[in-house]
Design a protein around this ligand. Structure first.
Ligand SMILES: Cc1cc2nc3c(=O)[nH]c(=O)nc-3n(C[C@H](O)[C@H](O)[C@H](O)COP(=O)(O)OP(=O)(O)OC[C@H]3O[C@@H](n4cnc5c(N)ncnc54)[C@H](O)[C@@H]3O)c2cc1C
Length: 384
């Protein structure tokens, strides 16, 4: 009998939970957030063919169909300079069009909160909200997991899916801490009303001097409640209207200097204001329309690689072990692929063999994704 504790109800942890539920393996999910809606989850996520395969494998068929149906409907991308002049030569090699916009197995653009709603559906009794892990101890054929509330719980296997700042990775693999790369991400969303219609046709990627701006219209096929009623009537999706997502990725020096954890909405607003001047009026207007509370910013940190260790009763997936810059657009996709692989290995055999097989696969897949992301990061941060 396997008992698994998954630490973190993010993209990777919940996908693993769905995969284990499908395989009939017992588990609990510990999540530090007090509830599913207490913290903004960010905005859009591009899910590539690898991520889609992982979701198809782990989700029940009706939820997978709901996931597909809930993604935005989009046209082909264009690549431009800050004055919206075409730059066809700058199309990144790793750019994939959206499904339905030129590539049969193209990307799907999901709303993060809606994806999290789908991934948590049916798991309510097994998710412990407000339970923050702080450390662990190995104990024979299991692991004792310590929670900040002072309690300890034992499991045959603990999976650290607790993201970029994972306390479990810090205790276990302190040298694997992701490092700041001297770049920032500023992102937000805005209502499509009044936005230049040319920016609503499909993604626009603007290459500027030392930074890049991605704009993507998120237009949904129908109301979320209607989509749920059609595909998985028991599933409650957060009401989510159409919006335009934007994300700037650039060198700190190009985006107003380093960003402290204390930077408030007004500070982020000032950066956006400064970046807006000198852009085509349609672009500066879009950025200036964004409500201050809808703007988020964070320094970009990235793992140098995935170190080696002896497989045991504690393993790790997603950003907790291979955090990447968003330049490659594969962080969440790699976390989903980890989850699907670990679920398949655990469904197939004993914990020791399953963890060893999973970790070998994860290591090589993550190293490839990190290498591609490093190359993508350099391309996007290039000075003109
Ligand atoms: C602006 C931006 C755009 C991006 N766009 C894309 C994209 O288009 N495609 C893509 O593939 N990737 C994208 N990424 C990367 C992607 O967001 C991450 O790689 C992905 O969210 C990682 O998933 P995860 O499950 O490993 O971690 P997370 O999604 O971060 O989940 C970790 C969870 O663990 C919880 N947690 C943390 N500490 C504890 C604790 N001590 N105890 C219990 N729970 C804890 C957290 O609350 C959280 O719910 C983007 C990132 C950014 C910043």
């Amino acid at each position: 009998m396997k008992s698994v504790i998954i630490v973190g109800a993010g993209i990777g942890g919940l996908c693993l939970a769905q995969g284990l539920a499908k395989a009939g393996i017992g588990f609990e999910v510990w999540e530090a957030d007090a509830g599913p809606q207490v913290r903004g989850q960010g905005y859009r996520l591009r899910i590539d063919a690898m991520g889609q395969r992982a979701l198809r494998q782990c989700l029940p068929p009706d939820l997978f169909e709901l996931f597909r149906a809930s993604c935005a409907v989009s046209g082909p991308a264009r690549f431009v300079d800050p004055q919206l002049n075409p730059l066809p030569g700058r199309r990144p090699e790793n750019w994939r069009e959206n499904a339905g916009a030129g590539e049969a197995d193209g990307d799907l653009s999901a709303d993060r909160q809606v994806l999290r709603d789908i991934l948590s559906h049916g798991l309510a009794p097994r998710i412990r909200w407000g339970r923050r892990a702080k450390g662990f101890e190995r104990e024979g054929d299991g692991v004792a997991l310590h929670c900040v509330d002072g309690h300890a719980h034992r499991a045959n296997l603990v999976v650290a899916a607790d993201g970029l700042n994972s306390p479990l990775r810090r205790q276990w693999l302190p040298k694997a801490e992701p490092e700041a790369i001297g770049a920032l991400n500023l992102y937000g969303k805005v209502s499509p009303a009044g936005v230049d219609p040319a920016l609503l046709a499909g993604p626009t990627i603007v290459f500027a001097d030392g930074w890049t701006l991605v704009i993507e219209p998120m237009r949904f096929g129908a109301e979320m409640s209607e989509l749920a009623a059609r595909h998985a009537p028991d599933c409650r999706l957060s009401p989510t209207g159409d919006y335009v997502y934007w994300a700037m990725f650039g060198r700190e020096a190009s985006l107003g200097g380093s960003l402290s954890a204390e930077e408030d909405a007004a500070g982020l607003r000032r950066r956006i204001e400064a970046m807006s001047s000198g852009l085509h009026p349609s672009l500066s207007d879009l950025l200036r329309r964004t409500a201050p509370e809808a703007v988020m910013g964070r320094p970009v940190r990235m793992a140098a690689g995935v170190p080696s260790w002896q497989p045991g009763r504690l393993t790790v997936l997603g950003d907790a072990i291979h955090a990447m810059s968003p330049a490659g657009g594969v962080g969440a996709n790699t976390a989903l692929a980890d989850a699907a692989m670990l679920a398949a290995c655990l469904a197939d055999g004993g914990i020791a063999q399953a963890v060893a097989r999973y970790e070998a696969d994860m290591r090589s897949r993550a190293e490839q994704a990190l290498a591609a992301t490093r190359a993508g990061t350099e391309r996007l941060l290039r000075r003109l």
